[in-house]
Design a protein around this ligand. Structure first.
Ligand SMILES: [Zn+2]
Ligand SMILES: [Zn+2]
Length: 237
Protein backbone atom coordinates (compact mmCIF):
# COMPACT_ATOMS: atom_id res chain seq x y z
CA UNK A 1 0.00 0.00 0.00
CA UNK A 2 1.44 3.39 -0.86
CA UNK A 3 2.24 6.03 1.72
CA UNK A 4 -0.64 8.43 0.89
CA UNK A 5 -3.26 5.67 0.99
CA UNK A 6 -1.95 4.51 4.37
CA UNK A 7 -2.06 8.06 5.70
CA UNK A 8 -5.65 8.55 4.50
CA UNK A 9 -6.74 5.30 6.09
CA UNK A 10 -5.05 6.43 9.30
CA UNK A 11 -7.14 9.61 9.31
CA UNK A 12 -10.42 7.84 8.47
CA UNK A 13 -9.91 4.92 10.83
CA UNK A 14 -7.46 6.00 13.55
CA UNK A 15 -5.83 3.02 15.19
CA UNK A 16 -6.72 2.55 18.84
CA UNK A 17 -4.23 1.09 21.19
CA UNK A 18 -3.32 1.18 24.87
CA UNK A 19 -0.73 3.56 26.30
CA UNK A 20 2.36 1.52 27.30
CA UNK A 21 2.82 3.71 30.37
CA UNK A 22 -0.62 4.28 31.94
CA UNK A 23 -2.73 1.67 30.10
CA UNK A 24 -5.41 4.12 29.01
CA UNK A 25 -6.75 4.09 25.46
CA UNK A 26 -4.46 6.01 23.14
CA UNK A 27 -3.73 6.83 19.50
CA UNK A 28 -0.15 5.64 19.82
CA UNK A 29 2.23 3.84 22.18
CA UNK A 30 2.38 6.71 24.66
CA UNK A 31 -0.79 8.77 25.26
CA UNK A 32 -0.88 12.54 25.11
CA UNK A 33 -1.26 12.96 28.87
CA UNK A 34 1.85 10.85 29.55
CA UNK A 35 3.73 12.80 26.85
CA UNK A 36 2.65 16.05 28.49
CA UNK A 37 4.51 15.01 31.65
CA UNK A 38 7.83 15.02 29.80
CA UNK A 39 10.22 17.81 30.66
CA UNK A 40 10.92 19.11 27.16
CA UNK A 41 14.22 20.85 26.45
CA UNK A 42 13.40 24.49 25.93
CA UNK A 43 15.09 27.84 26.41
CA UNK A 44 18.88 28.19 26.42
CA UNK A 45 20.89 25.13 25.41
CA UNK A 46 24.57 24.38 24.94
CA UNK A 47 25.35 24.99 21.26
CA UNK A 48 27.42 21.82 21.14
CA UNK A 49 25.63 19.11 23.12
CA UNK A 50 22.13 20.56 23.32
CA UNK A 51 21.76 20.23 27.10
CA UNK A 52 19.90 23.01 28.86
CA UNK A 53 22.03 25.75 30.44
CA UNK A 54 21.12 28.21 33.17
CA UNK A 55 20.30 31.79 32.17
CA UNK A 56 22.99 33.18 34.47
CA UNK A 57 25.69 31.01 32.85
CA UNK A 58 27.27 33.24 30.23
CA UNK A 59 29.22 31.10 27.65
CA UNK A 60 27.33 29.50 24.77
CA UNK A 61 28.75 26.03 25.45
CA UNK A 62 28.43 24.10 28.71
CA UNK A 63 31.44 23.39 31.00
CA UNK A 64 31.63 19.80 29.70
CA UNK A 65 31.88 20.86 26.07
CA UNK A 66 34.35 23.62 26.95
CA UNK A 67 36.60 21.03 28.58
CA UNK A 68 36.66 18.53 25.77
CA UNK A 69 35.88 18.79 22.12
CA UNK A 70 33.53 16.27 20.56
CA UNK A 71 33.75 14.81 17.06
CA UNK A 72 30.21 15.81 16.11
CA UNK A 73 29.07 19.29 15.14
CA UNK A 74 25.95 19.62 17.25
CA UNK A 75 23.61 17.48 19.32
CA UNK A 76 19.91 17.91 20.09
CA UNK A 77 17.54 16.19 22.48
CA UNK A 78 13.80 16.36 22.99
CA UNK A 79 13.38 15.90 26.74
CA UNK A 80 15.16 15.36 30.05
CA UNK A 81 16.19 11.86 31.02
CA UNK A 82 14.35 11.90 34.32
CA UNK A 83 10.92 11.04 35.76
CA UNK A 84 8.55 10.36 32.82
CA UNK A 85 11.46 10.65 30.37
CA UNK A 86 13.28 7.84 32.14
CA UNK A 87 10.13 5.73 32.47
CA UNK A 88 9.44 5.90 28.74
CA UNK A 89 13.01 5.01 27.71
CA UNK A 90 13.15 2.12 30.19
CA UNK A 91 9.82 0.77 29.00
CA UNK A 92 11.14 0.79 25.45
CA UNK A 93 14.50 -0.81 26.20
CA UNK A 94 13.88 -3.18 29.04
CA UNK A 95 10.18 -4.00 28.91
CA UNK A 96 9.95 -4.67 25.22
CA UNK A 97 7.58 -1.83 24.28
CA UNK A 98 8.99 -1.55 20.80
CA UNK A 99 6.17 0.72 19.55
CA UNK A 100 7.45 3.55 21.79
CA UNK A 101 10.31 4.01 19.32
CA UNK A 102 7.84 5.29 16.70
CA UNK A 103 6.41 7.86 19.11
CA UNK A 104 9.93 9.01 20.00
CA UNK A 105 10.90 9.04 16.32
CA UNK A 106 8.08 11.46 15.56
CA UNK A 107 9.08 13.81 18.41
CA UNK A 108 12.70 13.75 17.21
CA UNK A 109 11.70 14.28 13.58
CA UNK A 110 9.81 17.41 14.62
CA UNK A 111 12.86 18.71 16.49
CA UNK A 112 15.04 18.33 13.38
CA UNK A 113 12.43 20.09 11.24
CA UNK A 114 12.29 22.96 13.78
CA UNK A 115 16.09 23.24 13.74
CA UNK A 116 16.03 23.39 9.93
CA UNK A 117 19.12 21.21 9.40
CA UNK A 118 20.03 20.02 5.90
CA UNK A 119 20.82 16.29 5.92
CA UNK A 120 21.72 13.54 3.48
CA UNK A 121 21.10 10.45 5.60
CA UNK A 122 20.10 9.13 9.01
CA UNK A 123 22.47 6.72 10.82
CA UNK A 124 21.43 4.73 13.91
CA UNK A 125 23.90 4.03 16.75
CA UNK A 126 24.21 0.24 16.56
CA UNK A 127 23.90 -2.23 19.41
CA UNK A 128 25.96 -5.41 19.50
CA UNK A 129 24.44 -8.48 17.84
CA UNK A 130 24.38 -10.33 21.18
CA UNK A 131 22.27 -7.56 22.75
CA UNK A 132 20.01 -7.41 19.72
CA UNK A 133 19.43 -11.15 20.01
CA UNK A 134 18.21 -10.69 23.59
CA UNK A 135 16.11 -7.54 23.06
CA UNK A 136 14.94 -8.52 19.60
CA UNK A 137 15.43 -5.04 18.15
CA UNK A 138 17.70 -2.03 18.16
CA UNK A 139 15.60 0.88 19.43
CA UNK A 140 17.91 3.45 17.77
CA UNK A 141 17.35 1.74 14.42
CA UNK A 142 13.54 1.84 14.79
CA UNK A 143 13.64 5.49 15.82
CA UNK A 144 15.97 6.27 12.90
CA UNK A 145 13.59 4.57 10.45
CA UNK A 146 10.76 6.82 11.62
CA UNK A 147 12.91 9.95 11.25
CA UNK A 148 14.22 8.90 7.83
CA UNK A 149 10.68 8.35 6.50
CA UNK A 150 9.58 11.72 7.89
CA UNK A 151 12.51 13.57 6.35
CA UNK A 152 12.35 11.58 3.10
CA UNK A 153 16.05 10.70 3.22
CA UNK A 154 17.78 7.29 3.37
CA UNK A 155 18.74 5.38 6.49
CA UNK A 156 22.32 4.15 6.37
CA UNK A 157 23.09 1.33 8.77
CA UNK A 158 26.76 2.08 8.20
CA UNK A 159 28.27 1.63 11.68
CA UNK A 160 28.92 -1.80 13.16
CA UNK A 161 29.34 -2.44 16.88
CA UNK A 162 32.30 -4.74 17.18
CA UNK A 163 32.54 -4.87 20.98
CA UNK A 164 29.81 -6.05 23.33
CA UNK A 165 30.02 -3.18 25.80
CA UNK A 166 28.62 -2.79 29.30
CA UNK A 167 25.47 -0.63 29.53
CA UNK A 168 26.73 2.96 29.78
CA UNK A 169 24.39 3.89 32.63
CA UNK A 170 26.19 1.43 34.91
CA UNK A 171 29.50 3.29 34.54
CA UNK A 172 31.12 6.54 35.64
CA UNK A 173 32.26 9.14 33.14
CA UNK A 174 35.83 7.89 32.54
CA UNK A 175 34.72 4.27 32.25
CA UNK A 176 32.00 5.27 29.77
CA UNK A 177 34.54 6.74 27.46
CA UNK A 178 36.85 3.70 27.77
CA UNK A 179 33.91 1.34 27.38
CA UNK A 180 33.01 2.60 23.91
CA UNK A 181 36.56 3.23 22.69
CA UNK A 182 37.18 1.15 19.56
CA UNK A 183 33.74 -0.45 19.96
CA UNK A 184 32.63 0.56 16.45
CA UNK A 185 33.78 0.30 12.85
CA UNK A 186 32.38 1.37 9.51
CA UNK A 187 30.49 -1.08 7.33
CA UNK A 188 32.67 -1.30 4.18
CA UNK A 189 29.56 -1.56 2.00
CA UNK A 190 29.04 2.14 2.65
CA UNK A 191 31.74 3.84 0.63
CA UNK A 192 29.70 6.92 -0.22
CA UNK A 193 29.59 8.75 3.10
CA UNK A 194 32.32 11.32 2.45
CA UNK A 195 31.25 14.96 2.08
CA UNK A 196 27.76 14.05 3.36
CA UNK A 197 25.79 15.56 6.23
CA UNK A 198 24.64 12.89 8.62
CA UNK A 199 22.18 12.64 11.49
CA UNK A 200 23.30 10.16 14.12
CA UNK A 201 20.39 8.74 16.13
CA UNK A 202 20.33 7.27 19.65
CA UNK A 203 17.86 7.03 22.52
CA UNK A 204 19.79 8.74 25.34
CA UNK A 205 22.67 11.23 25.56
CA UNK A 206 24.48 11.22 28.88
CA UNK A 207 28.18 12.08 28.68
CA UNK A 208 28.13 11.92 24.89
CA UNK A 209 30.88 9.24 24.74
CA UNK A 210 28.90 6.95 22.44
CA UNK A 211 27.90 9.73 20.03
CA UNK A 212 31.48 11.01 20.11
CA UNK A 213 33.02 7.64 19.29
CA UNK A 214 30.57 6.94 16.44
CA UNK A 215 31.29 10.43 15.10
CA UNK A 216 35.03 9.75 15.20
CA UNK A 217 34.49 6.72 12.95
CA UNK A 218 32.31 8.76 10.58
CA UNK A 219 34.88 11.57 10.45
CA UNK A 220 37.57 9.09 9.44
CA UNK A 221 35.40 8.34 6.40
CA UNK A 222 35.28 12.00 5.46
CA UNK A 223 31.72 12.76 6.58
CA UNK A 224 31.27 16.51 6.39
CA UNK A 225 28.83 17.50 9.12
CA UNK A 226 27.55 15.27 11.91
CA UNK A 227 24.45 16.12 13.89
CA UNK A 228 23.25 13.96 16.76
CA UNK A 229 19.67 13.55 17.91
CA UNK A 230 18.60 11.67 21.01
CA UNK A 231 15.20 11.39 22.59
CA UNK A 232 16.46 12.13 26.10
CA UNK A 233 19.44 13.86 27.66
CA UNK A 234 20.92 13.92 31.14
CA UNK A 235 21.06 17.24 32.93
CA UNK A 236 24.19 19.31 32.78
CA UNK A 237 27.10 18.65 35.11
ZN1 LIG B 1 -0.45 7.23 29.14
ZN1 LIG C 1 27.53 20.97 26.10
Amino acid sequence: MDKIKRKLLGILYPKRTKCCICGREAREAVCSSCLSLLEYIEGRVCLKCGKGIEDEYDPSVCPDCKRENKNFDMAFSCFQYKDMGKTIVHKLKYENCKEISYTLGRLMYQKIVDEGIKLDAVVPVPIHESKKAIRGFNQAQLIAEEIAVGLGIPLWDCIIRTKATTDQFKLDKVSRSMNVHDAFCINVLYNNVSERNILLVDDVYTTGSTADECSRILRQQGVQRIFVITAATGSNT
